[in-house]
Design a protein around this ligand. Structure first.
Ligand code: HPA
Length: 267
């Protein structure tokens, strides 16, 4: 189905509820769909062409309603490049929220920290990214718009609103550069050392393709990493998805407080 047809179907379900912002939730954060007021739940399986979310810890619904007075479309989970080998797997969902009227998208993820002053349980505002995956969601795109400007890809005004929102609630919000590895394996310690030397502050397996697509589509983007662990080799022991989900879930309350405080700045 086209984004237009999907938007029509969604509008029929919601009674034409407006959408001004999209929110893509990551591992362990899917419970945040419960923060949506007057929600309409639309299973991804009802939205033809939407990727089905296969990773545990994700909620397979699009939830439309309001949070702190902001009209929002929340993706309870996302599809990742590593699930399908398609970097543009989130293109149709983003096109659909654009059709619904969204002008911006907030992308949340779980990530590993490369910095001693940012640890598990902390939140990191993404200031910029490094694409280390070798993949790109716009490969094959013919439109001249494919030459996307990535200066200020993470919108400065929205970032400031997040910083203000964090301050208002006394939430520690670090800032840094997110590096995208394709996954699904966690990085090697050597890869983590490399990413740190290249200027990254956190590593993860998502977000970058969505932000490239958002900018291509003319949507403003902003992103926050929920830090679940130190990058491979930077702390004792190994890494696991179980740990990611658990620590991300523990950070969800703080993330929700930040989200609400941020949205209050906007409304
Ligand atoms: N690496 C990549 N993705 C992640 C990590 C990590 O250390 N932690 C949570 N998601």
């Amino acid at each position: 189905m086209s984004a237009k047809a999907l938007a029509k179907l969604i509008n029929e379900r919601t009674g034409g509820h407006k959408v001004s912002m999209g929110l893509i939730l990551g591992s362990g954060l899917s419970g945040l769909v419960n923060a949506v007021q007057n929600p309409t739940y639309i299973p991804f399986s009802d939205l033809e062409g939407f990727p089905q979310v296969g990773v545990s810890g994700h909620n397979p619904n699009l939830v439309i309603g309001t949070i702190e007075g902001v009209d929002i479309a929340v993706f309870g989970g996302r599809a990742h490049y590593y699930e399908h080998g398609q970097a543009d797997i989130m293109r149709l969902p983003l096109e659909t929220i654009k059709e619904l009227g969204a002008t911006s998208v907030f992308v949340a993820n779980s990530a590993g920290s490369l910095r001693n002053d940012i640890g598990p349980g902390d939140l990191m505002l993404i200031t910029d990214h490094i694409n280390l995956s070798g993949a790109n969601p716009l490969i094959g795109e013919a439109d001249e718009k494919r030459f996307v400007d990535m200066v200020d890809a993470y919108d400065p005004k929205l970032r400031q609103a997040l910083l203000n929102g964090a301050k208002a609630r006394d939430i520690k919000l670090s800032q840094g550069v997110y590096a995208w590895f394709s996954g699904p394996n966690f990085e090697t310690p050597a890869e983590v050392r490399m990413a740190a030397r290249l200027g990254a502050d956190a590593v993860g397996m998502s977000t970058v393709p969505e932000v490239i697509l958002a900018r291509f589509l003319g949507l403003k983007a902003v992103g926050v990493s929920n830090i679940t662990n130190m990058g491979a080799g930077l702390s004792e022991g190994g890494l696991s998805h179980e740990q990611t989900k658990q620590v991300a879930g523990e950070g969800a309350e703080k993330f929700e407080a930040l989200l609400c405080s941020f949205l209050r700045q906007l409304s």
